[in-house]
Design a protein around this ligand. Structure first.
Ligand code: URA
Length: 270
């Protein structure tokens, strides 16, 4: 097995390909690498068109929907504190993140997790927020999800810290690894925005829904956003699954790999 094949196997792609519910004529499904070639990754539109297994959105049965209950008084969300990062260099930015007390997440963090990697990277990956291990070590994606992210990077010839920067939508761990609240993401957003200004990546990959919503604004559904190229102030943005989701749903790893191939084909010119 060549190195590429073993990397894809590491991501769990090879068995997945055989398990797809739409078998090729004759029942023999090609390995994932052959799919890459068939997808024609040099052309983003081809990749989208060739992307297999785009799932239908599940529409919940009306009967299963909980009734909408009237509330006695509207819940007033706290207004986000305006964090100023204008003109900051990397040292100032990281110091500001480390000392930030602009939202409640600072109260229970061990340390803030600004981001890691090549500060002149072509690729910026944005996750949701630090987990327990990241909170202790101050580096994003160092736990189980991080190991999978590293394998995903390797599958498209990338490596942490080499032409890659990794950051999160929020820089402090949400307690119990809950999803960050809207006010927390809004408050933290200027830090990510300044990181993007400093890095000037050629592509941004949003890992999961909170990251996609922070980068693109508004509601984002991952399955609807996959395979589409978004523009964020001139920088292309691609949306894919969060590695933690892929750990729970390994059958979707091949789709994540397709998304990364799509991103590679969509790299903006320097
Ligand atoms: N999940 C994330 O979104 N970010 C991390 O840094 C770790 C886990």
């Amino acid at each position: 097995m060549n190195r590429r094949a073993s990397v894809l196997r590491e991501m769990g792609l090879a068995p997945l390909w055989r398990l797809r519910d739409a078998p090729e004529a004759g029942g023999d499904s090609p390995p994932a690498e052959e799919h890459a070639a068939a997808a024609g990754v040099s052309d983003a539109a081809d990749v989208v068109a060739a992307a297999p297994g785009r799932e239908r959105l599940a529409v919940p049965a009306a009967a299963a929907r909980p009734p909408v209950m009237p509330t006695a008084s509207p819940v007033v969300a706290p207004a986000p504190v305006r964090v100023a990062t204008d003109g900051m260099d990397w040292d100032e930015l990281e110091a500001a993140i480390g000392a930030c007390r602009a939202c409640a997440l600072h109260e229970r963090r061990t340390m803030a997790v600004p981001g890691v990697g090549d500060r002149a990277a072509d690729w910026l990956f944005v996750g949701e927020g630090p987990g327990a291990e990241e909170d202790l070590r101050g580096e994003p994606f160092v736990g189980q999800a991080g190991k999978l992210l590293d394998a995903m990077l390797a599958a498209i010839g990338l490596a942490r810290g080499r032409n890659v920067y990794i950051a999160n939508a929020v820089k402090c761990r949400p307690p119990g690894n809950r999803t960050p609240e809207a006010v927390e993401m809004t408050t933290c957003q200027p830090y990510l925005e300044r990181q993007i200004e400093l890095i000037q990546p050629r592509i941004i990959v949003a890992l999961g829904r909170p990251a996609a919503q922070t980068l693109l604004g508004g509601e984002v559904k991952i399955n609807a956003a996959r395979g589409r190229l978004f523009d964020r102030a001139g920088i292309p943005v691609v949306v894919t699954y969060h590695p933690a989701y892929l750990l729970r749903s390994p059958q979707d790893k091949a789709k994540a790999w397709e998304d990364l191939c799509f991103a590679r084909a969509a790299l903006a010119p320097r």
